[in-house]
Ligand binder design. Structure first.
Ligand code: IVH
Length: 682
């Protein structure tokens, strides 16, 4: 494609992709499928790589995230990011606006009412309509530059949909939806990582990641609610500002209303409070603002908060209910977790009948006893938690809860490791641990065996048909088809057809990669990511099993704790027997070529290609460089190690010469590769 055509197509694609982003993330009305979207993005990426002179910071390809950073640099907010005063009752709310009316010497003609999103405030800066950076609120005066991370959020427009000359600053809230939050915590639980307490913490943690690729995976959203310099756009009110933000390509919540009287404001708040649980993201109140901007200046602000807006905080929904029992569940790693079984109550629109009491220390601190009445709420709207005991209602004779000395399932004496708060069942053949371990083994993070649900696995363990993971590979049609399933109304047999499907899924799982198998084994602290690194580094299960701790420490992401956990796992006789059985069952214990990272012969070197190559396509050559530990980028800089010059080179050749970067002919490049590439290379 010639340059001119390429430039035109790049511009077209940029516009088209951002239009689909807008349709999808802001209007929620996608016009094309995900596959079609990916195709457009791929086309743009390829064009930008071939014509790097047309790549630009506002391109949708820039959203995937750049390099990790050492730390965030600090940004001074030219207009400080204030906080809001809170009101906790209708009276306090009324008083706030009466004070404003006294200052103004007039009635407030209209209010803009908005949900108060429970996320974290950020400020975005646009120059001539292009996103140039953004920062967190920090202490209101100095925030952190999180530009790279903000770019990964699809509802942050990289280019405005309307023309704005000069600088424009837009503020709003970065949040995580309830669904993404639950998914994230599920994954973290599987990886043995600490859980986030609520979506706000999760959003904050994700936005403040030094590696933007992590932020990118975390699925954040951005709601805009403030134009910092509205006069410039001739906007007269907050309501107009919100409409303008939407036109400019921002996501606004769509729950905002303009109210003409205080009573209307109150009606809005009551209705919002009723609907809050149906919203896909967490809100903790409403923000009520005087609508007219000309009045904002007149009422002014204090050092901390404006006098033209107030946050009405919803009362935390806490319900009193009875603790019917405290049970102790046993997890995959043998950890004993006390759980309160509650008289069912509805909180936040769903029935709550269990709440984790976490561990012995927590139970002691809250002093929860069977028979107690307790106040229960949802932490961050989602996870039920016992807030406190209503001591006045404690029944006579209620005894302090004591964690059992023996595992509730297998009766082995429990242990407490030094430095840990958790009490554990040490028996690796405990049916509870086997059950949880099997659930993990068949999960998506493990061998991904579909059809083996909780109920079937439970029966396999209870009926002593399966003692370890390897036994799954010996199941037969008769055994499986005679197990029971829960049907619509009553129990029924699995049957031969479904059993055959499950057997096929088990058989297929033998082809999963080494990474899957390592993750499936459920070694403590080894989740999907570490498993992937281990597989790439060692290439076979045997190599991992015989590795010393020092060798394990060489793997990216593996620290002391993980290394000693892996080392110990493969020194346990039961585990060695298990691996032997898995081997005999025919599982793949080695990586495929493509999963393997060959030694980093090109480590630390950066290659740029220009012109046509004869022996392979450019992307293949780039793959080759990467597989040998090198980097391939599309533009030449002083950090470039080599520029490989093919036929009809482009402007990159000139640039390389200007910068004094070393040039390689295609032949020189391949001989360098051939020296290091494993057999079967290009
Ligand atoms: S307006 C001068 N509108 O609440 C401050 N804030 O408690 C202007 N928040 O820091 C803020 N939803 O992080 C505004 N619709 C909304 C909001 C909102 C959530 C947050 C924001 C602010 C905090 C103040």
């Amino acid at each position: 494609m010639d340059r001119q055509l390429a430039q035109k197509r790049i511009e077209e694609l940029k516009k088209e992709i951002e239009r689909h982003n807008y349709l999808y993330y802001v209007l929620d009305q996608p016009e094309i499928t995900d596959e079609e979207y990916d195709r457009l993005l791929k086309e743009l990426k390829a064009l930008e790589e071939s014509f790097p002179e047309f790549a630009s910071p506002d391109s949708p390809t820039q959203r995937v995230g750049g390099r990790p950073r050492e730390e965030f640099s600090k940004v001074v907010h030219e207009v400080p990011m204030l906080s809001l005063e809170n009101a906790f009752s209708k009276d306090e709310l009324r008083q706030f606006f009466m004070r404003a009316e006294n200052l103004l010497g007039m009635e407030i003609p209209s209010y803009c009412c908005e949900p108060k999103i429970d996320g974290l405030a950020v400020s975005l800066v646009y120059e001539n309509g292009v996103f140039v950076g953004g920062s967190t609120r920090g202490d209101g005066i100095i925030g952190e530059d999180v530009s790279e991370n903000l770019k990964t959020i699809r509802s942050v427009p990289l280019r405005l949909r309307v023309n704005v000359d000069g600088t424009l600053e837009v503020r709003g809230e970065v949040f995580m939806s309830k669904k993404s939050f639950e998914k994230l915590n599920e994954n973290r639980e599987e990886e043995g990582l600490p859980l986030f307490a609520n979506p706000r913490n999760a959003a904050a943690g994700s936005l403040r990641q030094l590696d933007p690729r992590v932020t990118s995976r975390r699925k954040l959203g951005f709601f805009a609610y403030q134009v910092v310099n509205p006069m410039k756009l001739k906007l007269k009110s907050q309501w107009e500002a919100l409409q303008w933000l939407k036109e400019a390509g921002f996501l606004i919540q769509g729950e905002e209303v303009r109210a003409q009287s205080f009573e209307d404001v109150w009606e809005y708040i009551e209705s919002l409070q009723e609907r809050r649980h149906d919203l896909p993201y967490v809100i903790d109140g409403a923000v009520v603002k005087i609508d007219d901007f000309s009045l904002w200046e007149k009422v002014g602000k204090t050092a901390k908060a404006p006098k033209w807006a107030v946050a009405y905080k919803f009362p935390a929904e806490e319900k009193l209910t009875k603790v019917k029992d405290i049970i102790v569940s046993v997890g995959r790693t043998g950890a004993l977790t006390p759980v309160a079984i509650l008289e069912p109550v509805i909180i936040g629109g769903t029935v709550v009948q269990r709440a984790s009491l976490h561990n012995a220390d927590e139970i002691k601190r809250k002093d929860v006893r069977v028979g107690d009445f307790v106040w229960v709420r949802k932490a961050g709207e989602i996870i039920p938690e016992v807030v406190r005991v209503e001591k006045s209602k404690r029944p006579e004779g209620a005894l302090p809860f004591k964690m059992p000395d023996a595992c509730p399932v297998c009766k082995s004496p429990t242990v407490k490791l030094p430095g840990e708060v958790v009490i554990r069942c040490p028996n690796r053949s405990c049916p509870a641990q086997i059950l949880e371990g099997l659930k993990h083994f068949v999960s998506r993070a493990g061998m991904d065996i579909k059809g083996l649900g909780d109920k079937i696995i439970r029966q396999l363990v209870e009926k002593k048909l399966v003692f370890d993971f390897a036994d799954l590979y010996n199941l037969d049609l008769d055994t499986l088809s005679n197990l029971t399933l829960v049907g619509e109304k009553n129990e029924r047999k699995v049957g031969r057809k479904a059993a055959a499907t499950i057997l096929r899924a088990i058989e297929n799982s033998k082809n999963r990669t080494l990474k899957n198998l390592i993750s499936a084994l459920g070694i403590r602290y080894v989740g999907e990511k570490v498993a992937e690194e281990l597989a790439a580094h060692f290439g076979s299960l045997d190599a991992i099993m015989s590795a010393q701790e020092e060798t394990l420490l060489l793997v990216p992401g593996v620290g002391d704790r993980i290394a000693s956990s892996i080392y110990a796992f493969f020194r346990d006789e039961n585990n060695l027997r298990l691996v032997e059985k898995l081997k005999n069952a025919g599982l793949k214990l080695k990586t495929e070529e493509k999963e393997k990272k060959t030694s980093g012969a090109l480590e630390g070197m950066t290659f740029v290609f220009t012109g046509e190559l004869k022996r392979a396509k450019r992307h293949e050559a780039e793959e080759m460089v990467k597989s040998l530990g090198g980097k391939a980028t599309s533009s030449v800089s002083s950090r470039t190690t080599f520029v490989v010059v093919g036929e009809n080179p482009g402007s990159k050749l000139q640039k390389a010469q200007n910068l004094g970067v070393k040039l390689l002919t295609e032949e020189e490049f391949w001989s360098m590769i051939d020296k290091h590439a494993p057999e079967g290379g290009l």
